[in-house]
Write a protein that binds this ligand. Structure first.
Ligand SMILES: [Zn+2]
Length: 385
């Protein structure tokens, strides 16, 4: 049975090269240029879109094609993101006892340079072992994932022919995430009436009081097994001697159920509306509230027998692994790409303690991630899963 073999040393070398190029969100240029060169040299066609302009960054998403050798096999897509969180200033990787970590003052950036290195390795393995069956591959490398999945939202899906996608952006290489929630963000502003707090407070309307009333009637935190809500930012007031005229709040709600999410958002709106109404006198226009809603991402839920899940399980079985499925608590580029039309699940690449200066990765996990993507490709090209 044919399968790809890892190219010793090369995967780690690529990973270390990538983490040494700082790429906080909106500043992915260096990583994009490095990838354009390596992927082109390895036989890919690479296009960059205009997401840089749209996100205020210095690089766009990369759309990469790598031709297969089985014209009858349908195209597969692999994806990861080029940006990292901060602190990412001068990342210096330390390799010790089979583990890579940062020196301690910065993140490592395995999230998601592990994904990038694994995808590049897939191309390198295919180039070095051209007799192994593989479909046409499309690779979508995104900017600004960490600041709201902005790159993925900008992707022009009409360029793609892939029938399934694999987003390499999670912890365990033997696990895949097949469900994620919907999330919305809502900004609220309550407008009251400012007066001198010492001279004529009775003529004022405190926006803070209205907000407090509304929030004391509001269900927040864990709403049910599938749903959460939070007000995370509050801003208001200018001086102790002025009755607070305006208060602004930033909130979010998430749910694995689109209906429950809508109910929660409506509930929060109703609480603010009721608190304003209770205090508003006939003929007056304050207090009132305004809200601005932004849909972040929509829920995704695959079944165990959906094609990408079946394929990754079959690919795992070929390696003697049992692939576990799980449901995630956050949005991913997979949610965005799935709703654009390519069903995409999230595959682990070994990153641990991400978004912290303690971030680390096992080299053996990085290699296992390369094995599973290699196996996905071969299984798809040679079997009818
Ligand atoms: Zn990530």
């Amino acid at each position: 049975m044919s399968k790809f073999s890892i190219i010793p040393g090369k995967l780690l070398e690529d990973f270390l090269a990538l983490v040494r190029i700082d790429s906080p969100s909106r500043n992915e240029r260096g990583v994009a240029d490095w990838l354009i060169k390596e992927l082109t040299d390895a036989g890919c066609e690479v296009e960059e879109d205009d997401a840089g302009g749209a996100t205020g960054g210095n690089a766009g998403n990369l759309f990469v094609r790598f031709a297969g050798n089985r014209p009858d096999a349908k195209t597969l897509m692999f994806s990861s993101h080029m940006d990292t969180v901060i602190p990412a200033d001068g990342v210096e990787p330390i390799v010790e006892d089979g583990i890579v970590r940062s020196k301690g003052e910065t993140i490592l950036g395995a999230d998601d340079k592990a994904g990038l290195a694994v995808i590049l390795h897939l191309v390198r393995m295919a180039e070095a072992q051209p007799e192994i069956p593989r479909p046409d591959l499309e690779i979508s490398l995104h900017v600004c994932e960490e600041i709201g999945l902005l790159g993925a939202k900008h992707v022009d899906i009409s360029k793609f022919r892939a029938v399934a996608g694999f987003i390499l952006d999670d912890h365990e290489p033997k696990e895949v995430t097949i469900g994620s929630p919907s999330a919305v963000r809502v900004d609220y502003k309550i407008i009251g009436r400012a007066v001198h707090a010492g001279i004529e407070p009775e003529k004022g309307i405190s926006a803070l009081e209205i907000a407090s009333k509304a929030i004391s009637n509001m269900n927040l935190g864990r709403i049910d097994a599938e749903t959460t809500a939070n007000i995370g930012v509050v801003k208001g007031g200018g001086a102790t001697n002025i009755v607070m005229e305006e208060i602004e709040m930033k909130a979010e709600a998430r749910s694995h159920s689109i209906d429950r999410l809508e109910e929660q958002v409506k509930h929060m709106q109703d609480c603010f509306e009721a608190a304003c109404e209770e205090r508003r006198k006939e003929g007056e226009d304050v207090p009132r509230f305004v809200q601005e809603r932004k849909d972040d991402y929509k829920a995704v839920r695959f079944n165990e027998d959906d094609f990408p899940v079946r394929l990754v399980k079959a690919a795992g079985a070929k390696l003697g692994w049992t692939i576990k499925t799980k449901i995630g608590g956050g949005g991913t580029d997979g949610s965005i790409i799935t709703h654009k039309g390519i069903p995409s699940i999230v595959v682990g690449v070994g990153m641990q303690d991400v978004h912290s200066t303690k971030e680390w990765i096992r080299i053996s996990d990085l290699e296992n991630a390369a094995r599973i993507v290699g196996s996905i490709v071969v299984t798809h090209a040679s079997e009818n899963v």
